[in-house]
Design a protein around this ligand. Structure first.
Ligand code: AQP
Length: 343
């Protein structure tokens, strides 16, 4: 499903997406985002992928951990198939135009829009007075990340849909207020059976890097034993795989495991249910674990190798940032002109 309205034909198709280095990469990041990024790149799409480190610091990050996580996300992209000579790969803070356009968009976006953002509500919880101002303004920086490249499509997991819609609102208000057709109406691309991979211990919550317990998530760097153990302990219900897909209604944990299997094996959830109809968890969970290990082990092995050579990763990010700035800088310059800032 490709969501959203019309993209102005004046804009050449371009993909942008990012991942926060706020911890180790999870299976949710892989299935909801990275796997789709690789498919887009390999289909020949003009693609820009970012390690959005400025978003990570909207909640406290230990500086050393942030560096490790930034390189881990970069390694995750590359090990999964992002080719830094085909796509542009860089970390956000090396392209200062992101923060600059983010400020302009802080002056376009309305407080009422930010108040509706469910991710802010979820993350702030009952503590909204004490969280950073950056966490509240996060969506306007995300709009800047996307619109700085005039990106027309953003492949994301379902959790980011609202932020991409807000990006469209910001672009529309900017274009309207300044009477221009300068920023595109970017479309979120949210496709496949794993648009929201859920927490393994609570099917009502999304699998997150920063979730409380390590048992809730599969990390991309988990070894085979850990993956097997986590799936074995994953919450399920007494019924096994149903005879038809409708049998997963009201069973979020069961549906999650079927969806993960489907996404890992490039099948629909219906096809997985048809293949395993009537199987108990004692059979399905080890099969799922084997499949996950099969897919993730070569990637994690390559990630470890890449992460051992930090100089090489840093070089890739630096060169990517130079290429990104070549696109971003004229777009920001033109934005300043439109706004009336004297240069
Ligand atoms: N559970 C998920 N299922 C499907 N897609 C997911 N994504 C993240 N979690 C899932 C997608 O991965 C991309 C990068 O997301 P992010 O790491 O920048 O931000 P996030 O969505 O806030 O991820 P986390 O893991 O929940 O981070 P923390 O715990 O630090 O807040 C996005 O496309 C996202 O949709």
């Amino acid at each position: 499903m490709s969501e959203g309205g019309q993209t102005s034909p004046a804009f050449t198709p371009r993909i942008f997406s990012g991942i926060k280095p706020s911890g180790g990469l999870t299976l949710g990041n892989y299935l909801g985002a990275i796997k789709k990024f690789v498919a887009a790149q390999d289909a020949g799409k003009d693609s820009i992928f970012c390690v959005v480190d400025l978003h990570a610091i909207t909640v406290w990050q230990d500086p050393k951990d942030l560096q490790v996580a930034t390189r881990e996300v970069a390694a995750g992209y590359i090990a999964s198939g992002i080719d830094p000579t085909k796509s542009i790969l860089f970390n956000q803070s090396q392209v200062p135009e992101h923060a600059e356009l983010g400020w302009i968009f802080n002056c376009v976006a309305r407080v009422g829009w930010m108040n509706r953002m469910t991710q802010f509500k979820d993350k702030a919880g009952n503590n909204a007075e004490k969280v950073s101002l950056g966490l509240y303004a996060y969506p306007s920086l995300m709009a800047a990340d996307i619109l700085l490249y005039h990106a027309t499509h953003v492949p994301v997991g379902d959790d980011q849909k609202q932020h991409v819609e807000l990006t469209r609102d910001i672009a529309a208000k900017f274009n309207h207020d300044y009477k221009v057709d300068f920023f595109p109406m970017t479309e979120p691309v949210i496709e496949g059976p794993a648009v929201r991979v859920m927490n393994l211990r609570d099917g009502s919550k999304k699998m997150s890097k920063s979730g409380e317990s390590d048992m809730e998530r599969i990390n991309m760097l988990d070894d085979a034993d850990k993956i097997a153990k986590k799936f074995k302990k994953a919450k399920t219900d007494p019924d096994g795989i149903p005879e038809s897909i409708e049998g997963l209604d009201g069973r979020p944990e069961a549906r999650n495991l079927v969806n993960i299997y489907a996404a890992l094996s490039d099948q629909s959830a219906e096809a997985v249910v048809a293949e395993y109809a009537g199987a108990g968890w004692g059979k399905f969970k080890p099969t799922l674990a084997d499949l996950a290990v099969d897919k993730l082990a070569p990637i994690s092995e390559e990630m470890r190798r890449l992460m051992d050579d930090t100089a090489e990763i840093d070089k890739i990010l630096r060169l990517g940032a130079e290429r990104a700035r070549d696109i971003a800088s004229p777009i920001l310059k033109k934005t300043y002109e439109i706004v009336g800032l004297v240069r």
